[in-house]
Design a protein. Structure first.
Length: 356
């Protein structure tokens, strides 16, 4: 009887589905596991401080919380605007088709075609990207623009080897060799097909949880406000010292969002024409440890929930000690590695620190 009463008092999470994504480090597949632990905590406001695809912010929104999603990459803030901040705006078929058509009377720049020839996409694909990127930059409506950009980002990732922009490797995609993996079909699928499919997925994910949720772009340390709970999912630095260089992986999507200034932001010395790098403490061990500690101290008054991997830097015990130093009681939960996971290190598992 008691159990039945509890079940009726806990609001059911909203059933909408978070869209598919190929973003490195996305927690999308871990959401049920993370949800099972978040459900045990009492909180009303939450910050996803390094939100990436906003998958965890989305889970928090589904749980009825007031959510702020923040990421240093503008493209990720756009995704959060589409799926977290957006209270209910959806695209119609006409929005999707119009985004792909050159507008009569507009003189389009051919910046992508001229600058990135032979690097990431074919000339024809680059011409399509030039048109769509400029059409979206002109759109006034922030939520429709963000939904269309979400579709554009996912389309770009689906057509890239490794789903990244870390290397000039268009030839890998175009080479006529027999392949033992299934990405070729996604690479060959035309941009408009991907775009329509992802736009529909984004549309289906839009919902209103009757709270004022926000998307921010900036350094997690500077995210303004106080929150009952803060979720931290920082870039993962492997024991061998190699880190996840998010600006280096996704610079092309940042450029799409800043089309008119893209040329001046390019690092022309890099072979794959990334954006000029900015300081990033998550790329080496000596800076990542203090960066982790600063984050924990900044949000020490909140319940802290931290994702990391067991074979990363800092190590599990170091993170737990940082949380205890901040006055927290710490529980460490682990998700056993899947035996079929294509991980370089099969002993590595996903950790979730819950610190109250
Ligand atoms: C592991 S990913 C987060 C994945 C996310 N939880 C998801 O499910 O998609 C780490 C994120 O941290 C962001 N990031 C890196 N440095 C940051 C900083 N100083 N402030 C805010 N975000 C940062 C990266 O852009 C990246 O999206």
């Amino acid at each position: 009887m008691m159990r039945q009463l509890e079940l009726t008092l806990v609001p059911r999470p909203h059933p909408a589905l978070f869209p598919s994504t190929r973003y490195q480090g996305s927690k999308r597949k871990l959401l049920p596991w993370i949800a099972s632990h978040l459900r045990e905590l009492r909180f009303d406001t939450a910050l996803d401080a390094m939100s990436g695809t906003a998958a965890v912010a989305y889970l928090l929104k589904q749980m009825g919380k007031q959510v702020v999603a923040n990421d240093r990459l503008f493209a990720n803030a756009e995704i959060a605007r589409a799926l977290i901040e957006n209270p209910g705006e959806r695209l119609c078929e006409e929005d999707i088709e119009k985004a792909m058509q050159p507008r009569p009377g507009v003189l389009y720049s051919r910046f992508i075609e001229e600058t990135f020839a032979g690097i990431y996409f074919t000339d024809e694909e680059n011409r399509w990207l030039d048109v769509v990127a400029q059409n979206l930059s002109r759109l006034r409506h922030p939520y429709r623009r963000a939904l269309l950009r979400f579709a554009l980002f996912q389309s770009c990732l689906a057509k890239r080897p490794y789903n990244l922009f870390h290397r000039k490797n268009l030839d890998l995609r175009l080479r006529e060799v027999k392949r033992g993996f299934g990405n070729k079909a996604a690479w060959d699928r035309p941009f408009p097909d991907h775009f329509r499919g992802f736009a529909r997925e984004a549309n289906a994910a839009v919902f209103d949880n009757s709270r004022e949720n926000r998307a921010l772009c900036g350094d997690a340390l500077e995210a303004p406000g106080r929150f009952d709970l803060v979720y931290l999912d920082p870039p993962y630095l492997r024991r061998d010292g190699s880190g996840a260089d998010y600006p280096g992986f996704y610079h092309f999507l940042e450029g799409i969002c800043d089309y008119s200034r893209w040329s001046e932001r390019l690092d022309r010395a890099s072979p794959h024409l990334r954006l000029k790098p900015e300081p990033d403490p998550w790329l080496n061990a000596s800076q990542a440890r203090p960066a982790f500690r600063r984050l924990i101290e900044r949000f020490a008054e909140s319940i802290l929930v931290v994702s990391f991997r067991s074979d990363g830097i800092p190590a599990e015990e170091e993170i737990a000690a940082m949380l205890r130093d901040a006055g927290k009681k710490v529980k460490v939960l682990r998700q056993a590695p899947r035996p079929y996971a294509l991980s370089r290190n099969r002993d590595s598992c996903e950790l979730l620190f819950v610190a109250k």
